[in-house]
Design a protein around this ligand. Structure first.
Ligand code: SAH
Length: 260
């Protein structure tokens, strides 16, 4: 079957067998694992996931044109779901999945931030591929220009490590950008806040105009700013990139107190 890749769905199929194998090995899959793959495309990675013999595999693919192909190729070994990953309800994640995915570039940050901000979704582990620039933002250190909102959200929930950088010529069609595979291990202990939507809000406000000092945006969040600055150990002259993940969470806790 001839498959014409669709640009708007971020279809760049990974064709290097060695890399596919390496990605799957990062998951340390055992017979107890339930696997979820996002955007299987033509099933290149899925084939290697099957070889690792997990308990179950579900794949979520938005492109209806690929569904028949996937069903024929994998018959009963894989459950193929034709759906937009962003529309999955929280109760879909009742099982704790090991998640794999060469994520569509245009929505990868959205997918990850949704998962970080959800109250109930738990994972076993995530092995995800991103455009290299996005991966570099996710794992950025504070005080660097890559440090972003997604750094804060994802490092709140996960310990994250970069595992592989992949050059464009390992894909068909060849993308313009490099890619990186990251491993996300859920933290045992996370900084407790009342509602993740408050973290969403505080980071959104403070990262607005991310190169500027937080001063102006800070006043939008707090009236009692002298006290808060002291508690969270930050300065009005800080830029968002100077505020550590822990300090952001301290700010959210104070923000939540003020909501009472
Ligand atoms: N994993 C495959 C394909 C990666 S390309 C490989 O490495 O070869 C990204 C895949 O994500 C494409 O198959 C695309 O159709 C799918 N996709 C794009 N947007 C999606 C969405 N919102 N939900 C689920 N799948 C999506």
């Amino acid at each position: 079957m001839l498959i014409k890749p669709k640009k708007k769905l971020g279809q760049n199929f990974l064709t290097n067998e060695k890399i596919l194998d390496k990605i799957v090995k990062l998951g340390d899959i055992t017979g107890k694992d339930n696997i979820l793959e996002i955007g299987p495309g033509t099933g290149n990675l899925t084939k290697y996931l099957i070889k690792a013999k997990p308990k179950s595999i579900i794949v979520i693919e938005k492109d209806s044109d690929l569904i028949n192909h996937l069903n024929l190729k994998f018959k009963d070994t894989v459950k193929v779901i034709n759906r937009d990953v962003l529309s999955l309800p929280e109760n879909f994640f009742i099982k704790k999945f090991k998640v794999f995915g060469n994520l569509p570039y245009n929505i990868s940050t959205k997918i990850l931030s949704n998962w970080c901000l959800s109250k109930n979704i738990r994972f076993e582990k995530l092995i995800l591929m991103f455009q290299k620039e996005v991966a570099d933002r996710i794992i950025a250190e504070e005080n660097t220009k890559n440090y972003s909102r997604i750094t804060v959200l994802s490092n709140w929930k996960f310990d994250i490590r970069k595992k592989i950088d992949i050059y464009p010529d390992n894909f068909y069609p060849v993308p313009k950008v490099q890619s990186s595979v990251l491993e996300f291990i859920p933290k045992q202990k996370i900084h407790k806040i009342r509602d993740p939507r408050n973290l969403e809000h505080v980071t959104r406000v403070l990262f607005n105009q991310r190169r500027k000092m937080i001063k102006k945006n800070f006043f939008k969040l707090f009236n009692n700013f002298d006290e808060i600055l002291k508690i969270a150990d930050i300065k009005l002259t800080d830029r968002p990139q100077n505020i550590s993940v822990k300090k952001f969470l301290d700010l959210v806790i104070e923000y939540e107190k003020n909501l009472n």
